[in-house]
Design a protein around this ligand. Structure first.
Ligand code: NI
Ligand code: MN
Length: 232
C-alpha cells in the first residue's frame, strides 16, 4: 500500500509527497509563519496558484537551484521562463500528468499580478489546483472568494481533501470557507491563508464549527510543519 504525505509549511504552502514531491505556493522567505528554509526544499515540481508575492514566493530561487519544473498559468510561465525557470504552462480546466501526479488547474475568484522592482507584470488569472496521487484527490483552492462552481469541482474531481483559505479580506473568511466545504463535499477540510499577518487574523475553530453545520467533513486544523498521511 502506498501513501500520500501532505505537509503544511505555513500560509498557502503545502508539500505533497507520493513517488515524487510537489510543493504548492512556496512562499518561505519573509513568510512569518514558515520555519523551514527555502534552501532546504527539494521539490520535483512546484505548482503556483498565482503571481502574488505570498504565493510565487521563492519559486524562482528554488527552481533555478533544483532544476524542478514549475506548473502555472500561461502568463506566469512566460515571466518565469524569462528568469530561466523550466515551466509547464497550462490554463484553467486543463490537466497535466507529471511526476506520477495528475494536476488539474481550476478557477479561482481572485486577481493576479507579479510585482517586481516597481513594475507589475501580467500574472494572467488566479487559479486553484486539484492534485491526484494514486486514488487520493487533493483540492488546493488558492486565493479565492466563494463561487458556486465549487460545487462542480466537487462533482467532477471528488476531492478527498479540500484546502481552503479562511483569512478573509483577500479571500473567503471562515464562514464562506465553510460554505465552500459544503459544496465541495470532501472527507477532510484544511484551513489555510490565515494568521500569517494581522490583516488575515482568523480563529480556525470558528471555521471548524461552521463546517459542522455545512457538511460532515472532518476538519483538520494543522500546525505548521505537521503532516497528514493518506493511504492510496
Ligand atoms: Ni493573492
Ligand atoms: Mn494570498
Amino acid at each position: 500500500m502506498k501513501e500520500v504525505k501532505l505537509t503544511w509549511l505555513g500560509h498557502s504552502c503545502f508539500e505533497i509527497l507520493y513517488e515524487k514531491k510537489v510543493i504548492i505556493d512556496p512562499f518561505i522567505t519573509d513568510n512569518p509563519a514558515a520555519t523551514v528554509a527555502a534552501l532546504d526544499l527539494e521539490p520535483d515540481i512546484i505548482a503556483v496558484t498565482h503571481g502574488h508575492r505570498d504565493h510565487l514566493g521563492d519559486t524562482v530561487d528554488i527552481a533555478l537551484r533544483t532544476g524542478c519544473r514549475v506548473v502555472c498559468i500561461h502568463e506566469l510561465s512566460q515571466y518565469l521562463k524569462s528568469k530561466g525557470v523550466l515551466t509547464e504552462g497550462m490554463n484553467i480546466g486543463g490537466t497535466i500528468d507529471i511526476g506520477g501526479f495528475s494536476i488539474t488547474m481550476t478557477d479561482a475568484r481572485h486577481s493576479s499580478s507579479i510585482d517586481e522592482s516597481g513594475h507589475a507584470f501580467d500574472g494572467g488569472k488566479a487559479a486553484g489546483f486539484v492534485v491526484r496521487a494514486g486514488n487520493v484527490s487533493i483540492y488546493h483552492a488558492g486565493d479565492t472568494g466563494l463561487f458556486r462552481d465549487m460545487e462542480l469541482i466537487g462533482e467532477l474531481y471528488h476531492p478527498d481533501v479540500a484546502i481552503v483559505p479562511i483569512g478573509g479580506r483577500y479571500t473567503m473568511d471562515a464562514r464562506d470557507a465553510a460554505h465552500a466545504v459544503g459544496m465541495l463535499r470532501p472527507k477532510t477540510a484544511i484551513p489555510m491563508h490565515y494568521n500569517t499577518y494581522k490583516k488575515i487574523e482568523q480563529d480556525p475553530h470558528i471555521f471548524a464549527s461552521c463546517v459542522k453545520t455545512a457538511s460532515n467533513a472532518d476538519v483538520r486544523v494543522m500546525d505548521v510543519n505537521e503532516s497528514i498521511i493518506f493511504q492510496t
